[in-house]
Design a protein around this ligand. Structure first.
Ligand SMILES: CC(C)(COP(=O)(O)OP(=O)(O)OC[C@H]1O[C@@H](n2cnc3c(N)ncnc32)[C@H](O)[C@@H]1OP(=O)(O)O)[C@@H](O)C(=O)NCCC(=O)NCCS
Length: 186
């Protein structure tokens, strides 16, 4: 997937531009990354300014890495021109063409269908441009919004794992969702 040339991003949707992070996005990234509500079920955060700076450094470094396995993109809101979240594809199995997707959004923009819009565009690229076979995502079983998005995209719940990882010092239960190329209907 990473060797696809020319670049398959940025990706434009009706309301969003999905693109690489830039250094000047750091304030916008800190707005959502420091919000305890956004970070509640995430393995990271709420971020200090130093942690957001480290995130930005990792993102820029990722962009300079080849072959690039991690694609963490900024979600830029076209109307406001602000970066309002992030969406990522992490290539986990090169030979198997399986990729993990993750996302988060500034709380002021929740419940407007924006992450569904971004994630749908990512799935379209994953299956139609990159020829991937499987896209999967995981979330805390209490994170209703996270798996509501996955279900809206046609991803299927494949399993529930009990206390499979420690998040912020506490064992958590995890759902695994996935969609295969031949299930993708656009
Ligand atoms: C989870 C999250 C990404 C959802 O983003 P969003 O843009 O608000 O989601 P959408 O508006 O596209 O919603 C898609 C569906 O999920 C539902 N949904 C979204 N958030 C929900 C919530 N908190 N509770 C119940 N349903 C929710 C919506 O109602 C919608 O369904 P509908 O169209 O039938 O009404 C966002 O709340 C977020 O960033 N949370 C914090 C970070 C996070 O948890 N990321 C996921 C980690 S795996």
């Amino acid at each position: 997937m990473t060797a696809v040339d020319p670049p398959w991003y940025p990706i434009r949707t009706p309301r969003l531009l999905i693109r690489d992070f830039r250094l000047e996005d750091v304030e916008d990234a800190h707005l959502y990354g420091s919000d305890p509500e956004v970070a509640r079920y995430m393995p990271w955060g709420p971020n200090s300014p130093e942690e957001t700076a480290a995130f930005m450094a990792r993102s820029l470094n990722e962009q300079a890495t080849w072959p690039r396995l991690d694609h963490g993109f900024a979600i830029q809101h076209l109307a406001s021109e602000r970066v309002i979240g992030a969406i990522a594809l992490h290539l986990r199995d090169l030979e198997g063409r399986a990729v993990e997707m993750g996302y988060c959004l500034n709380r002021s923009f929740w419940r407007q269908g924006l992450v569904t819009e971004a994630a749908r565009a990512m799935l379209a690229v994953a299956f139609e441009t990159l020829g991937l076979r499987r896209v999967f995502a995981t979330c805390d079983v209490r994170n209703v919004g996270a798996y509501a998005v996955m279900e809206k995209l046609g991803m299927r719940r494949e399993g529930a794992f009990r206390q499979d990882r420690i998040v912020k010092g506490t064992p958590r239960d995890t759902y695994l969702y996935a969609i295969l190329a031949d299930e993708w209907t656009g």
